[in-house]
Every structure is written in C-alpha cells, then in structure tokens.
Design a protein around this ligand. Structure first.
Ligand code: FAD
Length: 461
C-alpha cells in the first residue's frame, strides 16, 4: 500500500506552511538551485516555522516511511533537497539571527543563506566564513565543512561552529557542543545531513571589516596556472584564493577578443590591513597583464554579488584533492578544458592550508586537513541527452589529475554512489561516523543525502 499523509491534519498540526501539488506555488516550491531535477514531485513541501514543526515532520517521516529531503538553501549538487513522492522539509522560513558583538558569537537559524548572514554580521564589522556564493544555505555548507574566502585565515565554517540545535531521528531537539553530545557534535562537523535536522547554529565571529578582494582575470596558460597556485601557496594566511579556469564569458569589461578564450577568473580575499593586502596581491597581478582587475579594498559582504534568481544550471562535476599543480597538471587542465564540448567547462582550484591545516585531522568529521589543494571540475550543459558525454568528460578529467587517492569533499559530491561517499571520509572517520549514525539514526531515516549507513550488526563495530 502506498504510504499517505493527511494534509489537512498536517496543516492543523504545524505553525509553518504545507505546499502540495494542488497548491499554487508548488512548482516554485519544489525547484532547487540545480536544473535537471524538475521531474521530482514531492507529496508535500513543508516550510517549517520552528523546531516543533521540525519535530513533527521528522515524526511524520518516521511513521509513513516516506523519503525525507532536508533543505536549507537548496544548493545540493546531488539533488538531495527534493524527494520524488516524499516530503521536503524546507527550513527557508527559519531565518532568525541573534548576534552578540561583545562575545563575537551568533546564533543563526538554518534557513539563512551565506549572504544574508554575512550582510547582517557586517553591520558589526564581523564575519564567519562560508563559501563563494551568497545564496548557498548555511545549513548544507556548514554540515559538510565550508570552504570559502576566509578559509586560510579562520579555517572551515565548522572550525567556527560552537554549538548547534538538532532534531534527531527520535524527534528530540538536542543542543550539541564540545561537552554535550560531543560525539554528535564531532559528526555534525563534516558528516552532512546524516544525523538529524539542524535548526540553528552558533558560530564564532571574527573582525573582518574592510578586505582587499575581488576578481582578477588573467590569461590561462599552463605557466600562469602553475605560478598562480605557487603564489597562492606562498601567500600569507590572510589571503584565500579561488582560481576558476574557464572560457571567458562575454562580460562587457573584457576585451571582445578574449570572449570564449580560456582565462583564470580568480577571486581573491585578503582579510587584513589594506596595505598588506595590496602587497600580498601584487605577485598575482605581476603574473601577466591582467585582462581585468577588480581587486580593491571593499567591505567584506561586497565579495558576494547578488545571485541571479532564475539561474538553474544543469551540470556535472567531480571533486578531488591534490597536493600540487605542477606544469604537467596545468597543461592537462588547459587541454581537458579545451577538449570539452560543453557550453561551459571549468576547473576550480582552491589552495587550502593555513588555519584548516592547524586543526588536528581527527578533531572533526572533515578529515582532509593535510590536503593542499581542492580541485573541482565541472561542465554546464543545456541538452539532457548529452549528460553521459559530459559525465565521461568530467570523470576522465578528474582521473587525469588524481594523485594517489580518490578523496573528495562531501559538499561538492554529486550523486556518484557509495564508494565516493566513503572516499569523502578517510581513515578512521568512516567507522566513527557509522557508529554515531547507529546511535542517533539506527533506521537511516536521514538517508536522502551523501549517506553514511548505520553500523548495525556490522561485525566491525
Ligand atoms: C553555486 C554553488 C557554490 C558553492 N560554493 C561552495 C563553496 O564555496 N564552498 C563550499 O564549501 N561549498 C560550496 N558549495 C557546495 C555547498 O556547500 C553544498 O551544495 C551545500 O550542501 C549547500 O547547502 P544548502 O543548504 O544550500 O543545500 P541544500 O540542498 O538545502 O542541502 C544539502 C544537503 O545538506 C543537508 N542539509 C541541509 N540543511 C540541513 C539542515 N538544516 N539540517 C540537516 N541537514 C541539512 C541535507 O542532507 C541536504 O540534502 C557550492 C554549491 C553551489 C551550488
């Protein structure tokens, strides 16, 4: 028998909104950031208003057995934030934010986006680091790790997570921190959505007011790519960089002859004094005559330009870690990008180290702290019948850059199967996560995610 839910009973029991296929706004409500998931039709999208709603929805999922998608910002690369025939628990209406400028902490509900949080804390000259995109939800990015513009100076987002409120599979709302449920707190810092629904997070804030940052566009030759990464590794921790190697979009400030040619479209953020920032960025400007140079002193939130509302790209990506980008690797990157037939193909290089590497590997469920560079390759394409072609391209490209292992960052994994999830959690991390999962979610209620199966009856446990 098909499991069913009584929508009228559900509406009466909740403070938030229930959106069903019969309601106007259903199509908008089931839309997620990435295109390609439009065929998924949830039985209900529940825009929860408070933790008691979250508890009711978690109980409902348990009772009905319906698949539960948990959504904060809806940017899941794997399409995990929309369930076909199941329930979507959407936290986007939960956006309360309490900033304590004296203590430099903030309690933030999980429905906030990185941009909303950053704009609000900037009123106090304070920030917590998230990623490179304003509309990404703090829910998903935090639970997976969080690699952004302050990563080398202040670490991952989870390195600034002090506590969280989470509704576990038994429906209980729990406060977790370093002393209360420390095992669960460890698992939340990198283990993704496997352990419950986080309703709010307490973050540490840092003084980040004026930064030197913005976009620097350079020609993408192998020599420049290689030198860019060498400079990024040699730079002080205050400087975090993201180098996107891709065909230049037809941006009005770029000379026409460069449109469509491979460029290094780099984003740089120096979180420190302006003069020192200019000094740190000088070597990047000296790599070649920049095609565009928009790096300047700015207030930190300006690094997040407004996102396009109706942009829903269809894309395939692969993520990996490497320890160097030598000339050979840089040549591979240029050749593979040139070989792609996708309208947009990109290789993204993020130099890590700094504060990330100073946290012990076993301290959190994100265990790639010794890795020096994160690489993401992606193709954005328009025709669904080309999916296999671009997927093969991304697989081959990632394979050609691999340096010994298949490790990847969980937040950039697509729907790539169990072996890739396993590879996101190296060493003892995997077994520890499985044991904690067995304790807090033994029936795997939270399974529409990069899933960590509970270690039930596992002889290893
Ligand atoms: C354009 C773009 C740019 C990105 N840039 C970066 C970047 O710079 N750095 C980086 O580290 N990552 C980046 N990411 C990856 C991003 O961190 C993940 O996609 C993340 O999961 C998105 O979070 P979300 O809340 O928006 O997504 P959602 O789709 O809402 O959630 C993704 C998954 O996280 C879990 N989840 C979300 N919220 C909760 C919650 N409150 N409680 C429990 N589980 C929850 C669920 O399992 C869910 O399936 C980017 C992604 C995109 C699409």
């Amino acid at each position: 028998m098909q499991p069913s839910i009584s929508i009228s009973r559900l509406r009466a029991a909740l403070n938030g909104r229930v959106i069903t296929p019969a309601d106007t706004g259903y199509d908008h409500a089931r839309t997620v950031f990435y295109g390609g998931f439009d065929q998924r039709r949830p039985a209900a999208i529940i825009r929860v208003a408070d933790p008691s709603d979250v508890t009711r929805v978690v109980e409902l999922a348990g009772e009905t057995g319906l698949e539960l998608a948990v959504r904060s910002g809806g940017h899941s690369v794997a399409g995990h934030s929309v369930a076909d025939g199941g329930i979507v628990l959407d936290l986007a209406d939960m956006k309360a934010l309490a900033i304590d400028p004296e203590r430099r902490t903030a309690w933030a509900e999980a429905g906030l986006t990185a941009g909303e949080y950053t704009t609000a804390t900037a009123a106090y000259g304070l920030a917590t680091g998230f990623g490179d995109t304003s509309s990404v939800g703090i829910g998903g990015i935090t639970l997976g790790g969080g690699v952004g513009y302050l990563v080398r100076k202040y670490g991952l987002t989870i390195d600034n997570l002090l506590a969280a409120d989470i509704v576990t599979a038994d429906g209980l709302l729990r406060r977790v921190d370093a002393t209360t449920h420390p095992d669960l707190f460890w698992a939340l810092r990198g283990g993704g959505g496997n352990f419950g629904v986080a309703t709010r997070f307490q973050f540490r804030l840092h003084e980040v007011d004026t930064i030197v940052g913005g976009m620097l566009i350079l020609p993408a030759t192998p020599a420049i790519i290689h030198s860019f990464i060498a400079e990024a590794e040699a730079a002080p921790d205050e400087l975090s960089t993201i180098a996107n190697i891709m065909p230049a979009p037809p941006m009005p400030f770029l000379p026409k002859e460069h449109h469509g040619r491979l460029v290094v479209m780099a984003m740089l953020v120096y979180a420190g004094a302006t003069k020192a920032g200019e000094r740190a960025i000088a070597p990047f400007r000296a790599l070649a005559t920049p095609l565009a140079d928009m790096v300047r002193p700015m207030r930190y939130p300006e690094i997040y330009p407004p996102d396009e509302e109706d942009y829903h790209p269809v894309a395939v990506g692969r993520t990996l870690f490497v320890d160097s980008i030598d000339r050979g690797a840089a040549e591979t990157i240029v050749a593979r990008l040139q070989a792609s037939s996708a309208p947009m193909a990109v290789a993204q290089l993020r130099v890590l180290g700094g504060a990330v590497a100073r946290v012990p590997v076993a301290a959190t469920a994100f265990a790639h702290r010794a890795r020096r560079i994160m690489v993401n390759v992606a193709a954005v394409y328009a025709r669904p019948d080309e999916a296999a072609l671009h997927t093969a391209w991304a697989d081959d490209f990632a394979q050609s850059l691999h340096q010994g292992d298949l490790a990847g960052y969980v937040n950039f994994l697509g729907d790539e199967g169990a072996a890739r999830v396993r590879a996101a959690y190296p060493g003892a991390t995997w077994e520890r996560l499985r044991a904690i999962k067995a304790r807090y979610d033994p029936t795997n209620l939270f399974r529409l995610n990069q899933n960590i199966p509970p270690a039930i009856g596992d002889p290893q446990q």
